[in-house]
Ligand binder design. Structure first.
Ligand code: FES
Length: 233
């Protein structure tokens, strides 16, 4: 049953979008102990090797989103600390057989993430991987530390993932994140800011209506993210 769910194709995932949100999908995958996710990169710890008194190498088996989200020599590892998800950036490489990611964790003074990864991480645990700050794609390292107010937006054409606030229009949020989308009136009239939704849910800030129809246009000047998103932008 679990393996069948984990093997969901992109096609069946697009059908599921009509009955379940990306957040709900991810939640239930975690509840079943799976690393499968809608668009986020989760990984299972398959080995923990102590390399120094203050250093370990975690071997991680990531889900299918690793290649899309993790570029460059560093990645951010997000763990729950006192009820909050906090991420820190670490160097990673492929294992010799190429099957796993190996992330080098070294203790950093007063950093709860490195302390938790060093002291409390065991084989079988699941962590979330995010692009490291400065890499492409570049969300902030603590993107998940204020999870209820933020969403990750993957921009397919730019091949970037950015962290945006859910409280403002996508246009403003993307601009704050350093992206420069095309726009005109900024009031939902001219349609110049419109782009196609690949997946995820948005809310129209004028009508209050939410939509998660894949392939539909989104006017980013008057829509805000209400889940993680993928846009053809
Ligand atoms: S900028 Fe005119 S509709 Fe969005």
């Amino acid at each position: 049953m679990k393996s069948a769910i984990a093997a969901l194709s992109v096609r069946s995932q697009s059908l599921l979008q009509h009955v379940i949100s990306a957040e709900q999908y991810d939640f239930w995958m975690r509840q079943m102990g799976l690393i499968e996710a809608w668009s986020r990169c989760f990984a299972r710890v398959v080995a923990v090797a102590q390399t120094t008194p203050d250093g370990v190498v975690l071997s991680l088996k990531p889900n299918r989103h690793q290649r899309r989200l993790i570029a460059g020599p560093r990645c951010a590892v997000s763990v729950e600390v006192a009820g909050r998800n906090i991420a820190r950036s670490f160097v990673w490489s492929n294992s010799e057989d190429g099957r796993y990611m190996q992330v080098s964790i070294s203790r950093q003074a007063a950093d709860p993430v490195s302390r938790q990864l060093l002291e409390d991480t065991a084989v079988g645990d699941i962590v979330e991987l995010l692009p490291a700050s400065g890499d492409s794609p570049p969300p902030t390292l603590d993107a998940r530390s204020v999870a209820p107010d933020t969403a990750l937006v993957y921009l397919r054409r730019s091949e970037k993932t950015v962290s945006v606030t859910r409280g403002t229009s996508l246009l403003e949020a993307l601009e704050l994140a350093g992206v420069k989308p095309t726009y005109g009136c900024r009031r939902g009239i001219c349609n110049r800011c419109s782009c196609t939704r690949i997946q995820g849910q948005t809310t129209d800030m004028v009508s209050g209506e939410s939509s998660d129809e894949p392939g539909h246009p989104v006017r980013i000047c008057i829509n805000r993210a209400s889940s993680d998103l993928e846009l053809d932008l």
